[in-house]
Design a protein. Structure first.
Length: 53
């Protein structure tokens, strides 16, 4: 049974974009699509998306 389950194809039901988009790509996509972000720098976004230690 375990082999059967492990062998089955898997899908991701959905992703949370906040958790999957690197800040650098966010800025690239914004520029490419002429979108103005409310963030001035990559570090600003990273601070919001990084867990406190
Ligand atoms: Zn969810």
């Amino acid at each position: 049974m375990e082999d059967f389950i492990r062998g089955m194809p898997k899908v991701e039901l959905h992703l949370h974009i906040e958790g999957t988009l690197e800040p650098e790509l966010l800025f690239d996509l914004a520029e490419r699509n002429s979108v103005t972000l409310r963030f001035g720098a990559v570090e600003e976004v990273r601070a919001l998306t990084t867990s406190p230690t």
